[in-house]
Each structure stands twice: as structure tokens, then as C-alpha cells.
Design a protein around this ligand. Structure first.
Ligand SMILES: [Zn+2]
Length: 561
């Protein structure tokens, strides 16, 4: 019966989209298991591309009519074709940096961490900094943060700073703290915390959020060549994994200059939808100069200000409405002041600039919804450059159930990262207590409330792999298939919804839903082609699925060998 429906829908599709012109295509992809993410015609066998656009979607037989003497025909041999995947929240140069510095992803214990640091210190010159990122203590025994004294054992002289995977905490050794003049008497900077040893009152090496800056500003700056290489390496990895666009969640115009240079040279193919940090000078520049939209063949857009309103749950920096269940003396902290935010939000509405705000805790989410609501009321549609501003909340992780319907009501988009749930849910019950997990990582509740949920990885906070994200969204279990108490399996999404989370919904959140995000005639030819049918295979097999081909703007930019 199911097969009959598919056959009929493919037949019907071929009737609808029989090519009218005899013009031949540049590339015809045939024998594909195509999911279009377009509800009207969800499945197809073949796609034809001319220049950067899709000109035909339908059956193999009908596509044949578009094959001319110069047409390249690609036999997909039954592989699964999806609209080009978009990572709705990534830090592109951070992904590249992780490739270039000490990559601490997958570190299994404190001893493992120290061994990796020691190996790097042994190769370093006297006094040279050792920097790295990617450790996470959740599965260590015991699951506690490393300290300066741990690091001092393997690096008594070289300064060391190692970022926790989430980017909201770092551990520094004594040499680094000394260079930064951080001691017992150093006050916490606004939006950050210098962790102290409970007995001695000495800094224990852990620096949370803004406090990391005290040490990081002593690290010698990277060269322009390093910065470029980070982008090249990050983009290479992304394209190989099947991402066709990343929405780069924060940064500055220095990044934009690098992208422009690489695009102009033809070395960068990945699409980048870039945000710059605000409030502050970067946001002011965007507000004054206006957006950059669709440059370099619709590859580069800069129209968004990224605000950070709190820290992360793992490091207890997320701003909660009540105290942490496992640390009753704290409820986290906000990292932006309302008086700095307000004038910027008003200005952004008048000038048609999008705003996206990092909000993890329920207090941060309520705070930013309140601020967005105030600004939206203050600037009526008639005074806005863009009537429907599509403002976003990045993460929207822990949201009081009363606040979930406010997103749809205000037209705010929750941009969420499925892998955060399957990583965080190991420690979230102790941080939050079981009752507060209702409304946490609540993808399905959000979708039901009437909003779209663009999906992202937040790499290098997470690994940044589309198959891990897709699996996490539909399974809501860890990578071994485990799900614990309070994980709320009912918040998992269907495969059709997950497909939209990485295709048409991020396109909507970037004002590009008319341009890309589905496999439809007239849209940009971005395709992600996979080794298995992730819409039907058993959940755990999604994790074994590989990207076999990536197409951006009608160009095959990656082909697995
Ligand atoms: Zn992020």
C-alpha cells in the first residue's frame, strides 16, 4: 500500500513538473531516493540542475528529456538525497580552531586530559602557551572540574588554558593565572566568576564565562594566516559532513573580511549566515552600514546581531528563576544589561536587523522574551524596515512551560540543538531537579505551539555532525540508545520534523525559505546525499550513515571516495 502511494505520487509529480522548455540541464541526478521536504510532493527519483538552480524534480524518465550533449548525468544508485543540510547554530572558526589547537573532544578522564596536556607541553618551548578545548567532565569518575593544581603537575612552567566543550568555562594552571594577575583578591568581572577553593579561598583555576577573558587576553593573538586557516579547515570539515550552510552564531567584521577574501578567491564554497556580537561596536557597525544579503552567489549574508544573555547549564552559569538543585547558593547570572540592550533592539527593528539571543536558563529565556516583547510593542509594524523581524532565541533550553506559547505569540523562533539534550540530560536532573525538566529541550512542545524549530549543533560545543543531531532529535537517547529518568521521550520529533529542522526551518529563520531549504523547481541547488535512508532505518543506524556527496549552488563540492 505504502509503495503504491509512493508510485502514484511520483507519477503525479511527473505530470505536474514535465519540463516545458527543451533546454538541457547542466547536471541530472538520477536513481535517487529523494526526500524534498516539500509537503506537496515529498518524494522523487531525479533532479536536474542548471547553473545554481533546480530546474526539474520528478521521475528518471522525465528527467531524461533534460539530458543534452553537455549534461553530466550522476547515477545516485539509490542513495538518499535531502535538501542541503543547514547547521542553524555553529561557530565556524571555533570548529577550525579545534582542528588546529589541542583537541580535547572525547577525553575520558582527568588522567586522560593530563596525559594529552603533558604530551603537548613536552613539545612546547619554554614559556609557550598551551591552549585547547573540548573536555567535558560529565562521564569522568568523579565528574568534577579539573583544577589549576591538576594542571600544574604536568605543566609547572608553561601557561595553560583549556576550554570546557561548552565554551562557558575554562581551566587555567598557576602559571597562566600568575601572568594574568588573578589571585585571591581579584574581584569577579561582570558576567563571570573566578571559582575559588572552599577552604583556602584561592582561585582553583576554573574560570566561568566572562572571567575566562582575564587569562585569555594574555594569550598571544593568532596571526591573520591562522585566522584564515581556521575558516578553511572548519568549512572543509563542514562540507565533508554534508552541511551546505552554517549559521555562524557570533563574531566580528574581522571574520566577515576573511570570508569575503576566501569567497573572492573561490576557496570557500560553504554558505555562511553570519551574526556579529552586540550590544557594542560590532552591532553598531551593522546597524549603521546595514545588512549584507546574498553576496557571492547567495553565499554570504550578515544581517543578525548575536546577544548572549546568560552562561551554560554545565558550569552553572545559566540564569535560573530559582536556585540550582545541586548548588542552592546560586541561580546563575545574566550576562547582558537591560539598559544596554533596549536601545539596540529598538534600533534593530527600525533598521530591519535580525536579533538572536543566547538564552539557556528559564530566567534568561523569560528576560529576553520580555525585552523582545517590549521592543516589538514600542516599534509598530509601520515603523519597521522588516515587518516580520524573525528574531530568534538561541538554545531556548530550559523554558518555564508558561513561556513556551509566548514564542509563537510574539513570532520568536527557538533555534535549538538536539545534541545538547542528549549530552546535558546526564547532569540536568541534578542541576535542575526532575520537575524543572518539563519545558527543557522541549522541541515537540515548541513545534506543537506553532513555531518552527531550526536545528543546529553549536559546534565546537558539540561535535557538529549532522547525523548525531538528526539522531538526537528523533531518538532523544544518547549515542548508545540510553535514556534516563526525566528525559521526556515525548519531546522527540518525527523524522519528517527532523528533516525540516535542518533544511526549510533554518532557511525560514534566515529569510531564505523562498530561496532554498526544499528540493523544488526554482530553488538553489543545495543537496546532501547520504549512504542510507535516515527517514526509515532503525535509529542507531542513523549514526553510522555517511555523507557521500554535498552539492552547493549546483556544484558538487564534496564526493566521498
Ligand atoms: Zn553557540
Amino acid at each position: 500500500m505504502k509503495l503504491l502511494v509512493i508510485v502514484l505520487s511520483v507519477l503525479l509529480l511527473s505530470l505536474v513538473s514535465t519540463p516545458q522548455r527543451s533546454e538541457s540541464a547542466d547536471i541530472v541526478f538520477k536513481n535517487g531516493n529523494v526526500y524534498t521536504a516539500n509537503d506537496k510532493t515529498p518524494k522523487a527519483q531525479a533532479i536536474a540542475v542548471k547553473a545554481d538552480k533546480i530546474v526539474f524534480v520528478g521521475t528518471n524518465a522525465a528527467a531524461q528529456k533534460l539530458v543534452g550533449p553537455n549534461t553530466r548525468v550522476v547515477d545516485l544508485k539509490g542513495n538518499t538525497v535531502l535538501p542541503g543540510f543547514t547547521d542553524a547554530h555553529q561557530h565556524l572558526s571555533g570548529v577550525g580552531q579545534r582542528e588546529m589547537t589541542l583537541n580535547l573532544e572525547g577525553t575520558t578522564s582527568l588522567e586522560d586530559l593530563l596525559a594529552k596536556v603533558k604530551a603537548r607541553v613536552d613539545q612546547a618551548k619554554p614559556g609557550q602557551w598551551v591552549t585547547g578545548r573540548g573536555w567535558i567532565e560529565t562521564h569522568w569518575q568523579p565528574p568534577v572540574f579539573p583544577t589549576r593544581w591538576d594542571l600544574d603537575k604536568v605543566s609547572p612552567n608553561n601557561p595553560v588554558i583549556l576550554g570546557r566543550a561548552d565554551g562557558h568555562g575554562a581551566v587555567a594552571n598557576s602559571a597562566a593565572l600568575k601572568l594574568a594577575n588573578v589571585d585571591k583578591s581579584t574581584p569577579n568581572p561582570f558576567g563571570g566568576e573566578i571559582s575559588k577553593d572552599k577552604q583556602s579561598g584561592e582561585p582553583n583555576g576554573m574560570l566561568l564565562d566572562a572571567a575566562q577573558g582575564l587569562v585569555r587576553r594574555r594569550v598571544p593573538p593568532t596571526t591573520a594566516a591562522d585566522d584564515e586557516r581556521e575558516v578553511v579547515l572548519g568549512a572543509k570539515r563542514d562540507v565533508e559532513l554534508g552541511w551546505t550552510q552554517v549559521q555562524d552564531a557570533g563574531g566580528d567584521y574581522g571574520d566577515v573580511d576573511i570570508f569575503k577574501k576566501l569567497y573572492a578567491a573561490g576557496t570557500l564554497k560553504l554558505r555562511i549566515y553570519k551574526a556579529v556580537y552586540g550590544p557594542g561596536p560590532q552591532a553598531n557597525r551593522l546597524l549603521n552600514e546595514g545588512a549584507i544579503i546574498g553576496e557571492f552567489g547567495n553565499r554570504l549574508t550578515v544581517r543578525t546581531i548575536k546577544v548572549v544573555s546568560d552562561g551554560a547549564l554545565g558550569s552553572r552559569g545559566a540564569a535560573l528563576l530559582g536556585p540550582y538543585s545541586d548548588a542552592p547558593d546560586t541561580s546563575g547570572f545574566l550576562t547582558v544589561k537591560a539598559e544596554d540592550l533596549r536601545p539596540m533592539l529598538i534600533d534593530a527593528l527600525k533598521k530591519g536587523i535580525q536579533v538572536e539571543t543566547h538564552a539557556i536558563g528559564d530566567r534568561a529565556n523569560r528576560f529576553i522574551l520580555d525585552e523582545y516583547e517590549t521592543a516589538l510593542k514600542a516599534v509598530p509594524v509601520s515603523e519597521r524596515k522588516v515587518a516580520e523581524p524573525r528574531w530568534r532565541v538561541e538554545h531556548a533550553q530550559i523554558v518555564n512551560p508558561a513561556d513556551i506559547p509566548r514564542f509563537a505569540k510574539l513570532g520568536i523562533i527557538p533555534s535549538m540543538q538536539p545534541s545538547h539534550a542528549i549530552g546535558d540530560l546526564f547532569f540536568a536532573p541534578s542541576r535542575l531537579g526532575i520537575p524543572r525538566l518539563k519545558g527543557s529541550y522541549a522541541w515537540e512542545s515548541f513545534i506543537k505551539s506553532g513555531v518552527v524549530v531550526p536545528g543546529g549543533s553549536d559546534a565546537p560545543v558539540e561535535r557538529g555532525e549532522p547525523m548525531i543531531e538528526f539522531y538526537a532529535a528523533v531518538a532523544r537517547k544518547d549515542q548508545k540508545g540510553f535514556s534516563g529518568e526525566g528525559w521526556h521521550p515525548e519531546e522527540a520529533v518525527t523524522r519528517e520534523q527532523a528533516l525540516k529542522m535542518f533544511t526549510i526551518w533554518p532557511a525560514y529563520a534566515a529569510f531564505e525559505d523562498k530561496l532554498r531549504g526544499t528540493i523544488e523547481v526554482g530553488k538553489l541547488a543545495d543537496l546532501t546525499i547520504l549512504s542510507a535512508d535516515i527517514m526509515t532505518i532503525p535509529e542507531l543506524e542513523i549514526l553510522k550513515t555517511r555523507c557521500v556527496m554535498t552539492v552547493i549552488n549546483g556544484e558538487i563540492v564534496h564526493e566521498a571516495t
